[in-house]
Design a binder for this molecule. Sequence first.
Ligand code: ARG
Ligand code: GLU
Length: 722
Amino acid sequence: MKFLKLFLVLFVIQMQAQQGGMWIPSLLKGMNETEMKNLGMKMSVKDIYDVNQSSIKDAVPHFNGGCTAEVISPKGLILTNHHCGFSQIQSHSTVDHDCLTDGFWAYKMEDELPNEGLTVTFMVKIEDVTTSILEGTASLSSEAEKQKKIQENITALSNLLPKENWQENKIRTFYEGNQYMLFVTETFTDVRLVGAPPTAIGKFGSDTDNWVWPRHTGDFSLFRIYADKNNRPAAYSKDNVPYTPKHFLPISLDGVAEDDFTLVFGYPGKTNEYLPAVAIEQIITELNPAKIEVRDKALKIADSFMRKDNAIKIQYASKYASTANYWKKWIGETQGLKKSNAVTVKRESEKTFQQKITKAGKEKEYGTVLADFDKNYTEIAPYALARDYFTEVVLRNTELLSIGYKLYQLEQVYKTKGEQSFIDRKNNLIPGLANFYKNFNSTVDEKVFEQLIDLYATKSPKQFLPQSLINVNEGNLASEIYTKSKLQNYAGLIELLSGDAGTVLTNLNNDPGFLLVKEIADKYAKEVAPKYDEINVKISALQRTYMKALLELNTDSRIFPDANSTLRITYGKIKGYEPKDATVYTPITYLEGVMEKYIPGDYEFDVPEKLLNLYNAKDYGPYNENGKMPVCFIGTNHTTGGNSGSPAIDASGNLVGLNFDRVWEGTMSDLHYDPSICRNIMVDIRYVLFIIDKYAGAKNLISELKLVHPKKTNSLKKKNLK
Ligand code: ARG
Ligand code: GLU
């Protein structure tokens, strides 16, 4: 009986532990720690986060504000994804030495390449500052006043709280404004490129394989942090020295097997796990389909040109990849939300929530939250849709319109702030525009314009359409604008921007491209944006109340705060999944799979000759697993954008993999985590080591690392004990 009980308790905990979650590393003691131990973790939570002694968190910095990295040597060597270091790798490429195609390896420290603007930020400590931030807000009745006071408190406190002079205080909100945390950070700016595999390895499978399992991408790159003589952050100087970290991750050569514990440590960007059902429904039926359709059209046009013309392919490759990334994610997300019945599941839990409110006698505080959500989401629907069309068509995917919008803003600066601000803004704008036009082709853009303006005119809410888009003939409008507008090339733009403010504004207001953007943007600014903002403020306030109620009424369950680009931990197990009927995915891929996908000469699936040779000779060195080369694996860790480059860590704190993606069926985990289909994708660290060592011959880097055998050592120890 006793055993049965214990078994049941363990079973329940095991099931719960698969529910996802992104946790604050300083608050793991208690429920999380118990779960992690039950899943197989052998460390204590103090090994993960400790303010007084070095811990794993000291090895996990934010990489350039958008990705994660991990320190893997005592000399400040860091590992992140290839797609995170992509623009740095690209920036060092020349015709003679194309680091993207050929890869790059520094065989000596002197060869490591500096990167202007690249930052790596460590988190020194976390503190709860909720009371101080909310001080003086209780008596304020309007939401706007409250937010203003909170902002003032944040600014004041950030300046006031103690820190070293090379550090920064950052305050972030958790649980939609119910909690505030202080982060003391240190940012290094001398960060040099050390190594990157060729794209045929680092981006193998490219957009076709993006968000997809089974996966075979070696998505990694290496950088090194440099510091001044005192090991503090310093601007680039040849006198800087490799940074000595407080902690670096040992690397396990023993690999992973199904059901092994893993944790992923990093900086997830944004999730919305606590939206009401009505919001999810809107995403599924209206917002995602609209955004997907716009990008679908834009991508198809770009693709048709890229396939015919190599120059256009180069110009559009990076833009195409970034547009395709979320386009594909939204498609998977929508399907996953439908498949997992997210709306019904949410509606059910909302019923329970409503009952709990009654039971707790909290009707006065929370009784109408759900009804108010319904009302406000219904009210915001047309504005939200119009906003998405405006963003996707004008700001993001029709390039001539997006440039036009920058000039529209320039005109606004003149109107609101005067001539000097206008001149400053104009001078700021020009260098970026020069770059923009290098990768712009007006024939491609005209086709995009024709189709996207058609969507705008026919699918976005009619009541917000400007006059010239009512019953518009898209073809005529396109040829009018793309023959007459000066926004089509850099020279034309510079012509428009020459002269004093008066001349520039007169010129702009004679340009048909500018005039169209102005008409659309004016209409949007008058009729959509203010109302959208007004309702949205109410929705945010409701979300805060809803979150407060969820926390108050569910004290026994695990409620994690939505991602907000702060350091989090997520844990789970190595696990396969069943994406559909009669299909089972196992959790580990091997180099054999790369060869199965290999298409000689293809831009996504070509394989470098040297890798073919190593494969044919099975020359995998100590990185093989019973004669095979593991490439990627999946687990139940709950990750999102920003977790790219995050370390996957084993039960004892060793690096086993590098996070870089999620599986197609589970991309809805940003809104609704379903343990049966949500998986994160990691590169096996042994594949990374194999590429560095056997492919690139960079023994200098391997010799810096601490390679360990946690599984083999344990079984040896056990044998010795017997
Ligand atoms: N889907 C991954 C992440 O969201 C990888 C993106 C980069 N790769 C690509 N093929 N576009 O951001
Ligand atoms: N590739 C994503 C990134 O760049 C991580 C994958 C995800 O969104 O889960 O952050």
